[in-house]
Design a protein around this ligand. Structure first.
Ligand code: TXA
Ligand code: MG
Length: 338
């Protein structure tokens, strides 16, 4: 097993560049989550990324660039919509799906005719991209299917022995993965993954935008082993519930104690031996704290994690609800009906 170093980004940036130039992987901070980066022009390097994450070969990865001009180079077409999105939101937490050009490893596209490109807004990510001088392929720096890392210690917990260097740039400011918008066809631009660049913001910038979240419900998928579309999930079994289901959730917690509870409501709290994480009420603060809270509860050896679904459904709450749905299953129906 390879040794994993964790180093301050301030002093080890050039070391990271050396690793990248040598075709090695480096984990680094962005404003959304930590990424597992490698040279996006090299097939062998992109294959290493898939292997380190245990990521299925049919799930394409995002290519990070220092500026919009670089994105133009890696896309086959760059139209007015791309131009406006870049002007409004780059650098920032927005990923565009564009028709694929020929300069990148085909492996980043996992067999598709498109490529995902993002220009991140984080001093370390920006400095790394500039110093490296090339495109960096970087999925979130977690094992495939599990919670994305929002701190260097999370990357260590996920990828120790699988990446030689983790650049520590402190906690991530946004804490949820970037918004992914598909503008590769002539159709209405489609958000495939909601994020901190919200639907409202996108519509103001480019007009009509639709939301198309692929939801294979975990309950349903569990019926066919190996087909489970589990994402952003803790290792501890996790169930979600609405406030109206609180009595049922409470009963369930007593039968499965101790459980962890993630709540954003003072009327929904559990006492010891359970563990409650009281989440912030602000949408940005909630998003920033979410993955750390899931990870914290996951490490406590609890029987289960219960998540109260926030009731709001606009702005960043859309992204929060999306990640919570993917990280959990519904509270079992028998209990929910009581
Ligand atoms: O915030 C982020 O986007 C972070 C940081 C590191 O930049 N990266 C990240 O990458 O979340 P990853 O690989 O964990 O998620 C990328 C998402 C996946 O859902 C993938 O299926 C989708 O983007 N994606 C990538 N390329 C695509 C393509 N060509 N067409 C459709 N979806 C694509
Ligand atoms: Mg990911």
């Amino acid at each position: 097993m390879m040794h994993t170093r964790i180093e301050p980004a301030t002093t080890s940036l050039m070391l990271a560049v050396e690793y990248l130039r040598a075709g090695e992987l480096v984990a680094f901070p962005t404003e959304t989550v930590y990424g597992l980066g490698g040279d996006a022009r090299r097939d062998d390097v992109v294959r290493k990324i898939y292997a380190a994450k245990g990521r299925p070969g049919n799930n394409p990865v995002i290519v990070h660039v220092a500026e919009a001009d670089d994105a133009k180079e890696y896309a086959e077409h760059w139209n007015g919509v791309a131009e406006r999105l870049a002007k409004h939101f780059w650098p920032g937490p927005l990923t565009m799906i564009l028709p694929r050009g020929q300069k990148l490893s085909a492996a980043v596209s996992a067999g598709r005719h498109t490529v995902a490109v993002r220009c991140p807004k984080h001093p370390v990510a920006e400095a790394l991209l500039r110093a490296f001088g090339g495109p960096i392929a970087a999925p979130s720096a977690n094992r495939s299917g599990f919670t994305s890392p929002t701190a260097a210690s999370h990357v260590m917990a996920e990828l120790a022995g699988r990446v030689p260097l983790i650049l520590d740039g402190g906690p991530c400011r946004i804490g949820l993965e970037s918004t992914v918008i598909d503008i590769s066809s002539g159709d209405v631009p489609t958000v495939l993954r909601p994020g901190a660049v919200t639907l409202e913001m996108l519509r103001e910038a480019i007009g009509d935008v639709q939301l198309s979240i692929r939801t294979v419900d975990n309950n349903e998928a569990a019926a066919s082993p190996g087909m489970q579309d589990r994402h952003y999930a803790p290792r501890t079994p996790a169930c979600r519930f609405n406030k109206s289901q609180w009595p049922a959730a409470l009963a369930w917690a007593q039968q499965h104690q101790p459980v962890g509870l993630i709540s954003c409501d003072d009327a929904v709290l559990l006492a010891a031996p359970h563990e409650t994480v009281r989440m912030p009420e602000d949408e940005f603060e909630y998003a920033r704290a979410l993955y750390g809270a899931l990870r914290e509860l996951d490490e406590k050896g609890l029987k289960a994690i219960l998540v109260l679904m926030p009731e709001k459904n606009e702005g960043v709450w859309v992204a929060v609800a999306d990640r919570l749905r993917r990280a959990t299953v519904e509270l079992p129906a028998a209990e929910a009906r009581r």
